[in-house]
Design a protein around this ligand. Structure first.
Ligand code: ADP
Length: 489
């Protein structure tokens, strides 16, 4: 294989343009690191309403995109991600010109999402034609780019894309892109069987069925999704394709997430050699959250989508969750930043007004996310499942010990505390119950009060762990080569 590959990333999100979760971080960071390794990598995403087109360059067009029902005339805009990676925006107001990426809120979806994201797939091919640039690999991320592999195997099998392989990454199997079977009409394909699952159109199932290579974002999650407990109904298909399935842990972009250089916490940056400013940031966080400003109590942070997946039922469902008990019976403080399911936002707002040692912001705020990573003592992630999880990786780098349930990427990255030796980088537990969360948080707080030397030792170890993109990029390049060999044979 040649040393430089042409890779087109197709995604519904990419930082800093559009983000609801870790997918956006991963797509941009992987692209930038592939570029550094010498690959010609480009990204394509929709031009949502929130992306200001006056800041982008309009490129020659319009772009005609055939769909199953008509031909749509889209505009194309371009920017250079961090001045290094071309990113193209498919602009089609009727489908993308509204607030929200998948729906008007975190818990609602747009009714025409099948049409919206079919357009993204088909426009990606037309974009390449317009550029006269044909990728070796189309790297498709999550269900919203999930129809590309079937197009490569059907309409695009011969001709311009005959040498183009598909790599599909599952970032979260809980979101599959399921629509009534009639929605296959948008594709114009007659071969609908691969698109269907349990009588519905299913983008994710189609991608797993049709891709040359499938990846997911941690080795443990790759195994978990082959089981009934985690496979969300696709476990048999994944088991069938297990020899084409690779678990590659996401890296962290330490240009953005590093306490030594993080502009969001400047001028109070800190390092593992000099942690003094971490205390200042804790005080700042307490002040902004309206909590008592003190270093005599441990502060526990959460930054998360407010979703069942993240363990929020066990944390704060009325009459069930343990958050109120944790705040009432353990001498600690909590800050929570998150948006998502409405019941959860409402419950957190209610707890906010009744518990003086808790503050919850129900908003999306990148600066606060950085401040919570830096200013907290612990970072809690009681996830039901966690494909990779980025926040625990950020926490490790910021010396904010993660408290995590042993699943997916959390199990691959956090080493449990050993009370005898003081070894470990965090606190882990298995059962997803309010009692188990209560106990593990209690254990961490106990160590914070009684084993200060262990906490310091763990912080040092956590901050020394390297979860940069160096290794994952090498693995993705290998996977691209495997996919290209498959396509070309
Ligand atoms: P997921 O992709 O499942 O949501 P990850 O841990 O992989 O979870 O990534 C979540 C990303 O989104 C992190 O970068 C996190 O800091 C960010 N994030 C989540 N909620 C918020 C919020 N309310 N404000 C700012 N950043 C947030």
């Amino acid at each position: 294989m040649s040393e430089s590959r042409k890779i087109l990333m197709v995604s519904s999100e990419a930082v800093p343009y559009a983000k609801t979760g870790g997918l956006a971080d991963m797509v941009s960071a992987l692209a930038l690191h592939l570029r550094e390794s010498g690959d010609d990598v480009r990204i394509v995403i929709p031009r949502y309403y929130s992306i200001d087109k006056s800041k982008l360059e309009k490129i020659n067009g319009p772009l005609g995109v055939p769909t199953g029902t008509d031909e749509k005339w889209t505009a194309v805009y371009k920017d250079m991600l961090k001045g290094k990676v071309p990113i193209y925006f498919i602009d089609y107001d009727q489908l993308y010109g509204r607030a929200g990426i998948y729906g008007p809120s975190g818990s609602e979806s747009f009714e025409d999402n099948a049409e919206r994201f079919n357009l993204l797939s088909r426009a990606s091919f037309q974009l390449c034609r317009m550029l006269g640039w044909y990728p070796d690999v189309m790297h498709c991320h999550d269900w919203s780019a999930g129809l590309i592999p079937i197009y490569l195997n059907t309409t695009e099998f011969a001709g311009d894309f005959s040498q183009t392989a598909s790599v599909f990454t599952i970032h979260n199997i809980g979101y599959q892109g399921v629509f009534p079977a009639e929605e296959t009409i948008h594709t114009g394909l007659v071969e609908t069987a691969a698109m269907l699952h349990k009588d519905n159109m299913n983008f994710l199932k189609c991608a797993i069925d049709q891709s040359h290579v499938i990846t997911t974002v941690s080795p443990t999650y790759a195994k978990e999704i082959q089981t009934e407990q985690y496979g969300e109904g696709l476990e048999h298909l994944l088991d069938y394709r297990k020899y084409d399935l690779y678990g590659i842990l996401n890296g962290v972009d330490y240009n953005d997430w590093n306490p030594e250089t993080d502009p969001f916490i400047a001028p109070d940056n800190y390092s593992k050699e000099d942690m003094a400013n971490k205390k200042k940031l804790k005080a700042l966080l307490q002040e902004e959250a309206g909590l008592e400003v003190t270093d005599k109590k441990p502060l526990i942070g959460i930054v998360s989508r407010l979703a069942d997946q993240k363990g929020f039922r066990e944390l704060c469902e009325p009459f069930y969750g343990c958050l109120a008990s944790l705040c009432r019976y353990i001498d600690l403080q909590f800050v929570i930043l998150g948006t998502g399911e409405k019941w959860c936002e409402e419950e957190l707002s209610r707890l906010n007004s009744t518990l003086p040692n808790l503050h919850a912001w129900t908003e999306f705020d990148n600066r606060k996310a950085h401040l919570i990573e830096a200013g907290s003592d612990f970072f809690l992630m009681p996830s039901r499942y966690e494909p990779c999880g980025l926040n625990q990786l950020y926490s490790l780098k910021y010396g904010t010990l993660p408290i995590v349930r042993m699943t997916g990427g959390l199990a691959d990255t956090v080493e449990n505390y050993n009370q005898q030796t003081g070894n470990g980088t965090g606190f882990t537990f298995y059962d997803l119950t309010p009692e188990a969360i209560y106990n593990v948080v209690g254990w961490a707080v106990w160590a914070w009060y009684n084993k200060k030397d262990h906490i310091e030792k763990m912080r040092q170890k956590a901050m020394s762990r390297d979860f940069s993109w160096n290794e994952p990029v090498k693995e993705y390049r290998k996977v691209y080569d495997i996919a290209m060999t498959k396509r070309r044979s």
